[in-house]
Design a protein around this ligand. Structure first.
Ligand code: SDX
Length: 392
């Protein structure tokens, strides 16, 4: 009953937004970015190529990729005054709270990017894609009380992130190209997903002509929720809890089915997919490959597979078309790479960033753009006579 009413621009009166960025078929489990199937992109591209595709509408030529990569390299540092912000956060500050506020602060350090965005849009996008990676890694180092590791000009986007996360003066980080490849694949699979909660938030906020940084900051806050991007962290916490209590996942399945119990099976179900999430299929396969490559065995992977098998045969889940989604297995790979559970949703934001930027730009490029202003169905009382306080 509530939702979008007819808008001139961007919103059809079908209650949906008009876009040419991502195609999603929830019945057939199809997902493509700018017409390219997600499986092909995940198999053949780097995350930087796909970020370029989402933002520019076509895969880059080698020269375009080199130019974009050079911009990402040039923008990799953050202002030294911003690094001092980290010292003011309490040690256990939620990484998503830090990320959202640091991204919003970019408006203060780069006002020229926000005053005339259409002139600076490519630089602004590259600046954001590069700096969010640095902010994420710096926040992790600061949470450990360790010195930050600066980005390097000789490393690729993902290798630089891993090096900033795990290198240290006393233990140099050895770049493993299979880990880099796995991270590229994970970030690609999170790149965009049409009008999900956080992307709709970026569009909603941006529709008031709010600059890109502040719009993305709002999207980061929306992604934080355990029903959305926070689910990858919730999946790992659920699997760890099952493992620590002896591995009896059936009680969790039964709890998830109990209408009186607010517990939901984290990483299961989706508003749009009523079949297997195509991203989950790719990530599940990558789990086996990465753990094999790293000689890392994780009992939680076996547990997740057993849990999936039981749920997919259970009438409750079958009747409601509940399948594992993108968040169900992604944490297994992040954990094998060494990324802490508290950073899993930050990783989701890192991947989703090019999609948020693409949607914000699509709106700004729309000549018929109007502010998003959904209406409602009012069900409250209409006219009530005023009663002075002493007579209430
Ligand atoms: C993401 O939108 C996107 O595209 C999001 C995303 C992206 O890339 O941006 O794909 C990323 O957010 C994936 C989803 C991550 N969240 C979780 O895994 C949290 C657990 N999932 C659920 O909370 C739920 O499935 C949602 C939030 C994902 C979807 O919510 P819906 O579509 O509103 O589902 P619903 O509440 O209408 O469910 C329909 C029925 C209900 O039962 P009945 O009232 O019909 O008896 O299915 C049940 C729900 O109780 N149900 C679940 C369940 N998910 C739905 N029951 C148990 N466990 C679950 N996980």
């Amino acid at each position: 009953q509530t939702g979008y009413v007819a808008f001139d621009s961007g919103y059809a009166n079908t209650g949906s937004c008009i876009s040419n960025i991502t195609y999603l078929d929830g019945e057939r489990g199809v997902l493509s970015y700018r017409g390219y199937d997600i499986a092909e992109l995940a198999e053949n591209c780097t995350f930087v190529e796909v970020a370029y595709l989402l933002d520019h509408g076509s895969l880059p030529t080698r020269d375009e990729l080199n130019e974009f990569s050079q911009m990402l390299n040039d923008f990799a540092m953050i202002h030294e005054d911003m690094i001092r912000f980290f010292d003011s956060y309490p040690p256990k500050s939620p990484p998503m709270a830090i990320l959202s506020s640091m991204v919003n602060s970019l408006c203060s350090f780069y006002p020229e990017m926000t005053e005339n965005p259409l002139e600076n849009i490519d630089r602004m996008s590259a600046r954001l894609v590069s700096k969010v990676r640095t902010i994420a890694a710096f926040s992790y180092k600061k949470s450990l009380g360790h010195p930050v590791v600066y980005p390097r000009h000789d490393l690729s986007y993902c290798a630089n992130f891993l090096n900033m996360m795990f290198d240290s003066p006393v233990r140099p980080y050895e770049i493993n190209h299979k880990v880099v490849a796995a991270l590229n694949k994970l970030l690609i699979l999170h790149g965009d997903h049409e009008q999900n909660c956080s992307t709709s938030t970026v569009r909603m906020v941006g529709s008031a002509r709010v600059n890109l940084y502040a719009s993305v900051s709002a999207g980061i806050s929306a992604l934080w929720g355990p029903l959305h991007g926070g689910a990858n962290q919730a999946v790992m916490e659920m699997l760890e809890s099952i493992h620590e209590s002896g591995g009896d996942y059936r009680q969790y399945v039964e709890r998830a089915k109990d209408p009186k119990d607010p517990f939901r099976l984290a990483g299961f179900g989706h508003r749009v997919y009523k079949t297997y999430d195509p991203r989950c299929r790719i990530i599940k396969q990558a789990c086996d490959e990465v753990l094999e490559d790293l000689k890392f065995s994780d009992p939680l992977l076996d547990l997740a597979k057993e849990l999936e098998e039981v749920a997919l045969k259970d009438d409750y889940f079958v009747e409601r078309n509940l399948y594992p989604n993108v968040d169900f297995y992604s944490g297994i790979i992040y954990r094998a790479i060494g990324i802490p559970t508290s950073m899993f949703t930050v990783m989701f934001a890192l991947g989703r960033l090019p999609g948020w930027i693409a949607h914000w730009k699509e709106m700004w490029d729309d000549p018929a753009w109007r502010i998003s202003r959904p209406r409602q169905v009012y069900v409250g009382p209409l006219s009530r006579p005023f009663v002075p306080i002493d007579q209430r």
